[in-house]
Design a protein around this ligand. Sequence first.
Ligand code: ZN
Length: 279
Amino acid sequence: MDCRITARQVLPGIFHLSDRMGMHSTLIVGEREALLFDTGYGLDDLKKAVAEITPLPYQVILSHGHHDHACGSFQFDQVLLDEREFPVCEKYAGSFRKRVWDQATAKGLDLSDWREEDFLSRGYGHMQALEQEVFHLGHLTAQVIRMPAHTPGSIGLYIPERQLLLSGNNFNPTTWLFFPEAQPMADFLSAMEKMLALPFRQVLCSHGDAPLDRARMEDFYRGITMENIAAHALPQPGLGFGARVYGFAPAEGMWFCFDGDKLPPAWREALMKNHPFPG
Ligand SMILES: [Zn+2]
């Protein structure tokens, strides 16, 4: 079958792969080996897509365990992820597969390569605790950035030779911080600071097609203040698993949704006074 994944080289040795659900994985190809970051929704043949780009050996590493990043993990012998993500991956990449199938059906995707029960039973592959902090791929290096925020074991990667940050789900044009396992806003801001302390020039997001300039992420970070949240964040009822989710635009063209109950107390009080959550 055709792999049905679109690959685009965004920088030398850096390939951004898009599946038919619009989700991205990133393949980093050094001179000796490669590294695949995330496995997408798992409906398309990611392994074949990698084989079409490089014959080199490679490991697979997950930014976190949510279904849109981890459902394709069954295609590989093992996936590396922060140990704190094991329960997240078991929950989402294991039992959210029906939700993925229904979303794909609703999008009108051709699923004739699959029998529904096969997809639902594929699981999340063999999880291995990520202990390595640096991957030397041969003239390209991937440094692991551990940053509990979007989930407890979320990571990003920094590729110094390309001054490129892979932010996983801790920064996207639309960033979500409201799943039950999301960490407090203070931890999210620490994660942003940890990323911005790196000398990257561009950031490649899991939910974005092309690298963004560093300035876009700086604008996003600067927009997340108590004053902005109290003035502009509005309730987003129905979005988040029973959490009181609010959304606002920290910078032009960007959107941030967060759990209002995970704000620092003074921020929360200021927000709830201006925009109480309905119900
Ligand atoms: Zn996620």
